[in-house]
Every structure is written in C-alpha cells, then in structure tokens.
Design a protein around this ligand. Structure first.
Ligand code: SAH
Length: 363
C-alpha cells in the first residue's frame, strides 16, 4: 500500500470550497481583511461556529447582514444533514447518520456516562473517512468501500451535532472525543490535527488535549507525525493480536508495519508526550483469545506504559469472528494483569442500535 498515493486519492474536490466551520480564528481574520471587515468579526464568527454551533447566518446576531452576505458568497457555514437518529433503550448512546453536501454519508456516536455531576462524561466517537481502505477482516466499515477523507469542517460538525444531543439528554456538553469512528485517522492526519486544535480552542468547545484520543490500526509513520505535534493527545493502537503472524492474517496493515516497529513508535510517542498508550484488543472466539495468546501479549507489553482495552467483539465483517465467552475474557484479563499490565474491559455500548466498535457504516 502506498500511503501517500492513497491519501491523495481520498481527498475530494468539493472540499476546496470554503468551509467556515473548519477554519481557525487566524484564517478567519485573514478572510475578514480580504473582504474589508474588521478583525474582531473573525472572533465573533469563530465563537458562533465553534462554540454555539449555529447553522444559519440569521442566528449570528452581532454580525451585520452585509458581512454575512459577503461571507455567504464565498463559502458555506457548513452543517451536515441529519438523516437518521437512533437512541439506545438505555438512553445512554445516540447514533446519527449524517449526510454531507456531495451525498457522502457517515455515522457518529455519542456515549453518555452518569458518574455524578463533575465526573459525568459525554464522549463522541467521530468518523474521519466515509469508508476505509485498511481491510481489517472483522470490521464492518471495511465492507463499505474506500469512501473519502472528511474535511476539518466535516469532523468538527459531527461533534457540534452531538453537543446539542448531549444537552438534550441533560449533560452540559461533550467532554471527550475519540477518533474511533469510520475510517483510518492516520490517512487523514491534517484534518484530524486541525480539528483537534479547533476542539481545544478556548473560544471553541475548550476540550483538553488529554480528553481526546486518536486511534490507528498501526500506520507507523503517522505515529511519529503525531508525536511531533507534541501535545497530550491520547494515542490508541488497534492491536488485536499478540504476534505478527496472526495480526497479518486479520489486519492487512500488519504486512507492512510489524509489531516491533509499531511498539517502538508507541514508545517514542510516550517519551515525547508523556501519554500512556492504549492498546485495543477485541476478543474473537478461538482466534486471539487463548491463554497462551494472553501470555504472549503479556510478555510483549510487560514493562511498557500501556493500558490494554479488552473489547468484547461485536458482530462485524467476515464470517467466523464471534465474541469470546465471558469466562475466556476473565481468564485473559487475569493473565495480562499478572504481567503487571493495566487492563480495562470496555463496556459494550449501543449494541441495540449497531453503534458498537467496528459496526459503523453508511447506509
Ligand atoms: N481505523 C482506526 C480507527 C477505528 S477505531 C483503528 O483501526 O484504530 C474502531 C475500533 O473498533 C478499532 O480498534 C477496530 O479494530 C475495532 N473493531 C472493528 N471491528 C470490531 C469488532 N467486530 N468488534 C470489536 N471491535 C472492532
């Protein structure tokens, strides 16, 4: 796979239109200058777009009509169409299907955790592409085709849609963001990075870098690029196998990037940012869940700053990937823990609305 070539092909012409929701305050300032408007209008506009999430020019009460008109001639506020909205029976997960102006569709998930006021958490799982080229055999997104890269505005607007959903369900707003929806963030890093900065901006949603996590299936050069941001953004790596042989069988990306160099990149990320790495490990019955595989994983990660997130598998792509039995998962966890590794069991969320890991697609 030629990463550069893939990246090129995944971008789309219509994204050359100005999308104000994806622009930094500095970019908006430059634009205001070009159209003969005062600089402070950029800050006003930025606040409406990034913090209030407005969808119409009329709502921007402190910006004169003439200025809005000039802006509307040059670009678009940018708000996706919500095609469907599903809420889990437990009212703790919401999934929306969004459509962008060129007809591309993606899904976004909101997960709500009631833990007592200041510890309440509202996490959005954003998509970064409208399909995926990585071809992991257990993942539904892999079956929808390659899709295209989402623009910064398309990533940002997913969170703003969910900000309103979170508020409707009694939360103050979004507190955490995980780049774990459709697509491979590492193939769209520029827009991922820009969106992280917009979310983090004090005039935007003001979400701390540490409250955002980018997940990759293991594209090594992207991990070095992320380390160069030198921010405390969380890094998650989809591991799913304790050795190269099995990983290559179920994740084609492993043919290019071996575990040794992947773990070296993770180590570098940790040294640069101080952030512990999360390893996602979906438990597939009879495939990667044996006790000897638990020992192998234990040995691989022991002594490393790692958190292993065991995910009960969700029904996904190719046949034959069934969830592990509860006892198997418990044993697996116990073995990993005996190597001094921190292990978390991810609680399945939104299974009744197909919103769980690896189940997102465009319909
Ligand atoms: N492409 C990135 C971001 C997607 S994150 C990545 O691979 O990390 C979505 C997570 O769900 C990944 O860890 C993915 O491997 C996992 N996943 C995919 N299919 C799954 C399934 N059937 N059961 C459980 N997890 C799955």
């Amino acid at each position: 796979m030629q990463i550069e070539k893939e990246k090129q092909q995944l971008n789309n012409d219509y994204q050359n239109l100005l999308q104000y929701r994806g622009m930094t305050e500095e970019e908006l300032k430059k634009l205001m200058k070009e159209i003969g408007e005062p600089q402070f209008r950029a800050s006003q506009l930025f606040l409406w777009l990034q913090n209030k999430g407005v969808e119409n020019w009329d709502e921007m009460r402190n910006i004169p009509h003439s200025c809005c008109q000039k802006l509307a001639e040059r670009g678009d506020i940018f708000a996706p169409k919500v095609i469907t909205r599903q809420e889990s029976a437990a009212h703790d997960t919401v999934k929306v299907l969004l459509e962008f102006p060129d007809g591309e569709r993606i899904e976004t998930v909101l997960m709500l955790y009631h833990r007592g006021e200041s510890r309440d958490r509202a996490t959005v799982c954003v998509s970064t592409q409208s399909g995926c080229v990585m071809g992991c055999s257990f993942c539904v997104t892999a079956t929808v085709g390659k899709g295209r890269n989402l623009s910064t505005a398309e990533i940002v607007s997913q969170v703003l849609v969910m900000e309103k959903e979170a508020q409707k369900l009694g939360f103050d707003g979004v507190t955490n963001i995980v780049y774990m929806g459709m697509g491979e963030p590492a193939l769209n890093l520029e827009n991922v990075w820009k969106s992280l900065q917009l979310f983090n901006h004090e005039k935007g949603l003001n979400i701390g870098m540490r409250r955002m996590t980018v997940s990759t299936c293991g594209i090594v050069p992207a991990i070095y690029e992320m380390a160069a941001w030198n921010k405390q953004v969380g890094l998650a790596i989809s591991l799913h196998a304790p050795d190269d042989a099995l990983r290559e069988k179920i994740m084609p990306v492993a043919r290019k990037y071996k575990l040794k160099e992947l773990l070296e990149a993770a180590e570098h990320y940790y040294k640069t940012t101080g952030q512990e790495i999360t390893y996602e490990y979906a438990m597939f019955r009879g495939i990667n869940d044996s006790q000897s595989q638990a020992h192998a994983l234990g040995k691989l990660l022991s002594g490393k700053p790692a958190l292993v997130n065991l995910i009960p598998a969700n029904l996904g792509g190719a046949a034959g990937f069934l969830p592990s039995l509860v006892e198997t998962i418990t044993d697996f966890k116990r073995i990993l823990t005996s190597y001094g590794i921190e292990v978390a069991l991810r609680e399945p969320r939104g299974v009744d609305i197909d919103a769980a890991c690896g189940q997102l697609r465009r319909r």
